[in-house]
Design a protein. Structure first.
Length: 199
């Protein structure tokens, strides 16, 4: 009788231990730390290419680099599908209009496809600028602070080549020459227009 009671007690204890272990594992999988790991992995595979350039005034650079191919525009290389990326632009002069050009507009386009944006799918100034202009040609802003913070998203490969179907090599896993460097008061600079709505 005593042996039977001891067996039941041991079995109940093992069951409780199993339930406690399962609960702990469930809590670990749903914890913020687990969410951070998942988010970090996603960011790794969808890297943000633009970064602030401290060696030049009010300038950006690409972590990938520029296109060094002979005959290119020496533009900044970027990835398809960059999402909700942030970039800080420092040492800007308040009251000055700055802009970059979308170099992908030089590629063949499909006239039957309506295009509202260029390679940059969305660009939004979070702080430091007014009089913002965003179009297929590029992006312009008037600095009202020495530091401008921008959030941007680029087109996916499928979105981009829907309107550029005439491009011969369509390499989704490779970066593309996307943007010029930031310029001001040059023949190629874009105008700052406050009436254009940011997407």
């Amino acid at each position: 009788m005593g042996a039977s009671r001891s067996y039941r007690t041991s079995r109940a204890g093992a069951l409780l231990l199993l339930l406690a272990t399962a609960s702990a594992l469930l809590l670990l999988c749903s914890s913020p730390a687990r969410a951070d790991i998942t988010e970090s992995r996603y960011k790794y595979w969808r890297p943000c290419s633009l970064a602030k350039e401290l060696e030049d005034i009010c300038q950006i650079k690409s972590r990938i680099g520029i296109n060094q191919t002979e005959g290119s525009y020496k533009g900044l290389m970027m990835y398809f599908g960059e999402s909700s990326c942030f970039v800080e632009i420092e040492q800007c002069k308040p009251g000055t209009c700055y802009s970059w050009r979308d170099l992908t507009q030089q590629l063949p386009t499909d006239p039957t496809v309506a295009m509202t944006t260029g390679f940059m799918k969305a660009v939004k100034v979070l702080s430091g600028a007014t009089d913002i202009s965003f179009s297929r040609q590029g992006f312009a802003f008037k600095a009202n602070s020495t530091k401008v913070v921008i959030r941007y998203t680029t087109q996916t490969c499928a979105e981009f080549y829907t309107s550029h179907s005439g491009v011969g090599q369509q390499l989704c896993n490779q970066p593309i020459e996307a943007l010029s460097e930031i310029t001001t008061s040059t023949p190629n600079s874009l105008a700052c227009v406050a009436t254009v709505t940011q997407l």
